[in-house]
Design a protein around this ligand. Structure first.
Ligand code: NDP
Ligand code: MG
Length: 385
């Protein structure tokens, strides 16, 4: 078996952990090039040692001397800062896993794309913000973008070999998050601890809050719009509390193809790592008899307005989704810090969207400028409120 090389951007996070678990189980098949983190320097050094990485990169420059200290006695190179993250992303590797959270992952992800490599994309905020700028770069540089987000990975698998013009609907499934069955009155009082306690998936804090607000599904709608350009009117969302069906594609002959699996990110990650082949995972086989029932219902956009807000932003397109993403990131951070209530997240995103409508970005720098400006406005609007 040919040894394949891999870099993981955001190696200390939830997706990074699941990816490294798969590598650990097939150690001899992989060579680890670069591993990155933002603050968790001890964990980064531990992983770099365990996987004999060539380079370890810490985003926070003030932690470089500590990283060097932690890696003393090894020949692992240590670098730090935003530019070092971008350089690491551009290193040659058979596959680069883009698993930084938020728009902070955009410039590194673009660097991996501009190298013309294969990018396993978990970092949905990067694609939501950059949209056409990123998809154009994929085409221009001959890169391959493999979706890791479980819904998009499911759709990718269900579309294999098909003519996109034969597609009638793409249906994204949503667990509905921890507040799915809560009354509007109770949702208003939801706490950060309650929001990060997802019923089906173990994930980082930001995406867990996004799941609770349903912004995660809204961002995924925009993500799907760019990955599978069949037209927004053919993309829909259905709530499926068991998270067994990860998404579906309906064709014009009436056939619906779905991908099913356990609620374990190692399944879609393995699908991307091995694509177009398959690899083993330690996940339990799907026991449908034990699960018993799969249920589906329409989303409730009164209690959870996020999917409507995201659809409207996607229809406007251009720079609007970048504003939406930045406003949501600022609002989620404020909610996690106990500064705003749960339902203020969506209200705040709508306020920022009505205050700032930049022209469509033409380049990565344009997207980053919109992101910066949207964050400033989001923060000042929050202070005014
Ligand atoms: P985590 O918060 O668990 O991990 C984020 C990773 O990014 C960590 O390695 C973190 O480093 C690093 N990071 C954080 N901020 C920065 C920054 N400013 N610059 C550079 N690196 C940074 O997130 P998840 O793993 O849950 O999610 C990662 C991405 O994957 C997100 O975009 C999410 O939406 C997407 N995704 C996640 C799923 C999941 O199940 N977790 C499912 C589908 C998609 P440090 O540890 O040092 O802070
Ligand atoms: Mg998802």
């Amino acid at each position: 078996m040919k040894v394949r090389s891999i870099s993981i951007l955001g190696s200390t996070g939830s997706i990074g952990d699941s990816t490294l678990d798969l590598i650990r189980r097939n150690r001899s098949e992989w060579r680890v090039v670069a591993l990155t983190a933002q603050n968790r320097v001890v964990e980064l050094a531990r992983l770099a040692r365990e996987f004999a990485a060539e380079v370890a990169v810490i985003g926070d420059e003030s932690l470089l001397s500590q990283l060097r200290e932690e890696l003393r006695g090894t020949n692992i190179a240590a670098t730090a800062g935003q530019q070092a993250l971008i350089e690491a992303a551009a290193y040659s590797a058979d596959i680069t896993v883009a698993a930084i959270v938020g728009c902070a992952g955009l410039a590194p992800t673009m660097a991996a794309i501009e190298r013309g490599g294969t990018v396993a994309l978990a970092n949905k905020e990067a694609l939501v913000s950059a949209g056409e700028v990123m998809t154009a770069a994929v085409l221009r540089h001959g890169a391959t973008l493999l979706p890791v987000d479980s819904e998009h990975n499911a759709i990718f698998q269900c579309m294999a070999g098909s003519d996109p013009t034969d597609i009638r609907w793409i249906t994204l499934t949503a667990s509905g998050g921890p507040f799915r069955d809560w009354s509007a009155e109770r949702i208003v009082r939801a706490t950060p601890t309650e929001a990060v306690k997802h019923p089906n998936w173990a994930m980082g804090a930001k995406i867990s809050v996004d799941s609770a607000t349903m912004f995660n599904k809204g961002l995924e709608l925009i993500e799907a719009h760019h990955l599978f350009p069949v037209g927004l009117q053919k993309l829909r969302i259905i709530v499926h509390p068991q998270s067994v069906v990860h998404s579906m594609v309906e064709y014009r002959d009436g056939s619906t193809l779905a991908q099913l699996g356990p609620s374990d990110m190692r399944v879609p990650i393995a699908s991307a790592l091995a694509w177009p082949a398959r690899m083993d995972t330690p996940c339990e086989p799907l026991d449908l008899a034990a699960i018993g029932e799969l249920t589906f219902r329409a989303p409730d956009e009164v209690r959870f307005p996020a999917t409507r807000i995201c659809r409207e932003a996607a229809l406007l397109g251009g720079g609007i989704p970048a504003v939406l993403n930045a406003a949501n990131e600022v609002a989620v951070a404020a909610f996690l810090a106990g500064q705003i209530g749960f339902t203020r997240i969506a209200a705040h995103v709508e306020n920022v969207l009505s205050a700032y409508a930049p022209p469509p970005p033409a380049s990565l720098d344009d997207v980053l400028a919109i992101d910066r400006e949207a964050r400033l406005r989001a923060m000042s609007l929050m202070e005014l409120a």
